[in-house]
Design a protein around this ligand. Sequence first.
Ligand SMILES: N[C@@H](CCC[C@H](N)C(=O)O)C(=O)O
Length: 321
Amino acid sequence: MTQPATSPVPSAPTPGTLAFTKGHGTQNDFVLIADPEGVLELGADEVRRLTDRRGGIGGDGVIRLAPTAALARAGDQAAQDALAHDPTAEWFMDYRNADGSIAEMCGNGVRVFAAFAERQGLADLSAGPLSLGTRGGVKHVTKEPSGWYAVDMGPWSLPGGETAVADGYDAAVAVRGWTAPRPALSVDLGNPHTVVALASLEELEGLELYSAPEVAPVPPHGTNVELVVPLGEEEGPDGVVGRLRMRVHERGVGETPSCGTGACAAALAVRTWQGGASGDGAPDTWVVEVPGGEVRVRVLPGGTVELAGPAELVYSGQFTR
Ligand SMILES: N[C@@H](CCC[C@H](N)C(=O)O)C(=O)O
């Protein structure tokens, strides 16, 4: 049973049901659950039922909004760290992949979380940035006049270090149909990514991504794989902007129409290939085209990266548990 998208807040849950809102960021879609007391037990089985596109609601992941303090009191280390770092991070994004696994971060998810917190009356981004806790650290979200949400995603790194920067790769990826693995660069955004450059849009569009790409060396906690085609540079309102197109195979999900941390990883990898560790001569701002739309990535001074893009809430309802 669904409510119209204009309904401000899902109605109070009835016993045996879970109130949810469905949302997406460039079609990377999520089941959002408000847990204002921080008491909801959400197991991997239930996450799989919620994200099932035939028997459930359907989604690339589940996002639970819970009070950071309640999770910290219950012993959650990431929530404790978030409050120690920023006591104003009142709400915590508990993110799960569609297969029930826990991921550290979800860039599109943070934007959709902010829109959901506004809809729930728990945040007012017109009054200033929203700080929220995640397993990948505290994130700060601002709302742009266009209605897009911009997230300071925090620090990023190239786990392969200087050798990877010098060589341009520290891993190899094999996609079904390729005759040989191709060189790739690992990028850490709080969650792991492996980025491969392709020569043409035709090749990108023809990729078979039903099966997971094979990555070597095998990453200890798995990885998200981004396949990218750099599309050159253009003049933007604030200087030169790089453009690239990307497809992504997400850890714990499969191919998705967008991945926010993946878009950041893709832009950071292409910038490194063009300008080394400092990105010298390469743009700091990138438009990343994904099957679900476009997002903007900006490399900020001080070693952090910003992700901006839309967030949509499409309907709310009650899920039978
Ligand atoms: N879609 C997300 C990333 C979600 C987590 C990822 N599948 C992982 O396991 O790391 C994004 O927008 O960043």
